[in-house]
Design a protein around this ligand. Structure first.
Ligand SMILES: Cc1cc2nc3c(=O)[nH]c(=O)nc-3n(C[C@H](O)[C@H](O)[C@H](O)COP(=O)(O)O)c2cc1C
Length: 203
């Protein structure tokens, strides 16, 4: 039997959309046999700004028990999934701020050879979902990672339609079965490929 893999899902979410995708991915990765850590990144916006939007303040309260990502969560992982809302076609600064703390791990070569994959949400269908995921992929290249996109490797991809990574259109409401199914598929595929890589290295 192959050794189980460690998967860390690190995300930022203001109003719960990306959190819902991250949660679905975490459950699917666990179901696929991985050890899983679900981690949010630190909020950088002051409470007085968050409190101007009740749904943002509510989400912060609802996810208070989710541990904040630290470097060990990345070092521990065989595979890392990053999730972020689209912000003007790019990842949220909160997620970038965490990514930019990984320099010491990168310097020691500890980010290379892991599996990486990314997912996002935007208000509108053409609001920059692919550019956000590709922006994260720039970092994965620098880390020397093995990028695992969902492609069209499952029928859910034909409905959900983003081969770069799960992408929910938040303007249509909270993620439903299509987007959650895509997140589950992406995480399952990440586990399968990370497991095969790990088994190959052991052999
Ligand atoms: C500063 C800012 C920039 C945004 N830029 C975009 C954008 O470029 N395209 C888009 O469709 N939505 C944009 N949005 C909407 C967010 O992507 C959307 O609210 C988010 O995906 C919801 O995810 P969450 O519930 O996890 O926070 C932006 C929102 C903010 C606050």
């Amino acid at each position: 039997m192959s050794e189980s893999v460690n998967v860390t899902i690190i995300y930022y979410s203001s109003t719960g959309t990306v959190h819902a995708l991250a949660q679905a991915a975490a459950e699917a990765a666990e179901k696929a046999g991985a050890q899983v850590r679900l981690r949010k990144v630190a909020e950088t916006v002051p409470p007085e700004v968050i409190n101007t939007r009740p749904e943002w303040a509510q989400h912060v309260a609802d996810t208070a028990d989710i541990p904040q990502a630290v470097l060990d969560d990345v070092e521990w992982a065989d595979a890392v999934l990053l999730g972020t809302p689209t912000r003007f076609g790019n990842p949220a600064s909160q997620l970038r701020a965490f990514v930019e703390t990984t320099g010491p791990l990168w310097f020691q070569g500890k980010l290379a050879g892991k599996v990486y994959s990314a997912f996002t949400a935007s208000s509108t269908p053409h609001g920059g979902q692919e550019s956000t995921i590709l922006a994260l992929a720039n970092t994965f290249y620098h880390w020397g990672g093995v990028i695992v996109p969902p492609g069209y490797t499952n029928p859910v991809q034909a409905q959900q339609g983003n081969p770069y990574g799960t992408s929910h259109v938040a303007g249509t409401g909270a993620p439903g079965e299509e987007s959650l199914g895509a997140a589950r598929h992406q995480a399952t595929r990440v586990v399968e490929i990370a497991t095969a890589l790990k088994a190959g290295r052991v052999a």
